[in-house]
Design a binder for this molecule. Structure first.
Ligand SMILES: Cc1ncc(COP(=O)(O)O)c(C=O)c1O
Length: 389
């Protein structure tokens, strides 16, 4: 398995026309037109296939766009109590919550907020089943298909000793008692073929239980809005599942909602040299794009060229490894120059932190169709202080 993920960022598209000096730095700029383009692709799949498509808040929860999301999708999927509340209060529609471990102190609120409460293990399900049923909630169990399609082990819920999902080999009547539907999430930025292979591997093992279920939830990781995604095959697959087993089908895409829909704008602060040209910037990998270190991956830089001046870009924090990567510009950089990383709307905005007291990026909403720009949020010292005591 490779130790580095490949960025799936597409072309810069309309962002090439966006003047990076129109926003403060650092700043996430999300193009409402690009989000709407993705949403309409997802809505079309939903309409053609009959699947319920929920927006995964863990990937993209810019709730300023909730009214837009609501026009196209059936609701949200949440990873726990706060996302369930955000989904219920801001987005509306259905809320499906999956969490690897629910707490006694939170479960009542989670049940109140969620239409589907999905458990990771038969033990958690047994513990909270009565409460869910008393509230008339749908009860789900996440299974682990024990079939790996993951590119990187860290993002493979079917890797050996994974804690995510009940291994299909452990399913029995007791595990499924009171369960309305099964959930599986095994993909990451993938096409339809890995989904088909996963189903092929798991279908025979689920055969004894499938007819008693009300729904199947195929989680996220489907890059449905990517240009090369085979949506016809996905539609056929969903229809097959619905017709063969008489179940509702749910999908929970996150990235696909916000794919290629946002940039992170930064600024050059200093240009030291140590073995090679360096650039200190106000974008920190560890604070603003933690997946750069965690995945790890190299984010695509807007307008990067092959030949020119190469710099190693890093953040202002104390972490020696706060390095974004090496990038080449056609002309030498100057202090104050602006630049932007592509495809940053998902899994960056939701993961920012203020380690070292590094300021959080502002959030701006742009519409490439009208060129309208709206500053949604700017953060300050109080946001840093508010998380400490
Ligand atoms: C249970 C579940 N549903 C949905 C998603 C969304 O996945 P993606 O953003 O890759 O589509 C994830 C991502 O980790 C997940 O764990």
């Amino acid at each position: 398995m490779p130790d580095m993920m490949q960025t799936q960022a597409g072309e810069a598209g309309a962002f090439l026309d966006f003047d990076l000096n129109r926003v403060p730095s650092p700043c996430f700029v999300v193009d409402a037109a690009a989000v709407e383009r993705n949403l309409s692709v997802l809505a079309e799949v939903s309409e053609r296939s009959g699947a319920h498509v929920l927006s995964a808040l863990k990937a993209f929860s810019m709730f300023a766009l909730a009214p837009l999301v609501r026009q196209y999708l059936g609701g949200t999927c949440a990873s726990g109590i706060y996302e369930a509340r955000l989904g219920r209060e801001e987005y509306g529609g259905e809320v499906a919550t999956f969490c690897a471990g629910y707490k006694d102190s939170e479960i009542d609120e989670i049940i109140a907020l969620s239409d589907h409460v999905i458990f990771n293990s038969p033990a958690q399900k047994a513990r909270f089943l009565e409460k869910c049923q008393a509230a008339g909630r749908q009860v789900g169990l996440r299974i682990n298909p024990e079939h790996s399609e993951g590119e990187v082990e860290k993002y493979d819920p079917c890797a050996p000793c994974s804690r995510l999902g009940t291994p299909v080999s452990q399913l029995n009547a007791e595990a499924l008692e009171g369960v309305d539907g099964l959930h599986m999430h095994t993909l990451c930025e993938q096409g339809v073929e890995p989904l088909l292979r996963t189903w092929e591997a798991v279908e025979p093992r689920l055969q004894p239980w499938l007819n008693g279920l009300k729904w199947l939830n195929f989680g996220g990781g489907h890059h449905i809005s990517r240009e090369d995604y085979d949506r016809d095959t996905l539609v056929d697959f969903i229809k097959y599942i619905r017709e063969t087993y008489g179940v509702d089908v749910y999908l929970e895409p996150g990235e696909a909602v916000a794919l290629d829909a946002g940039i992170l704008v930064g600024e050059v602060l200093d240009l030291p040299v140590n073995g090679m040209p360096l650039a200190i910037t106000d974008i920190s990998a560890t604070c603003h794009m933690p997946d750069v270190i965690e995945a790890p991956y190299r984010p695509a830089l807007m307008g990067e060229v092959e030949d020119g001046q190469t710099y190693r870009l890093g953040g202002p924090s104390c972490l020696a490894g706060d390095v974004i990567g090496e990038y080449t510009w056609a002309h030498p950089l100057k202090v104050g120059d602006r630049f932007a990383f592509l495809d940053q709307a998902h899994y960056s905005m939701v993961k920012t932190n203020t380690f070292n007291g590094v300021p959080l990026p502002a959030i701006a909403l742009w519409d490439s169709r009208t060129d309208e720009l709206r500053m949604i949020r700017e953060f300050g010292y109080e946001d840093f202080r508010g998380r400490l005591s």
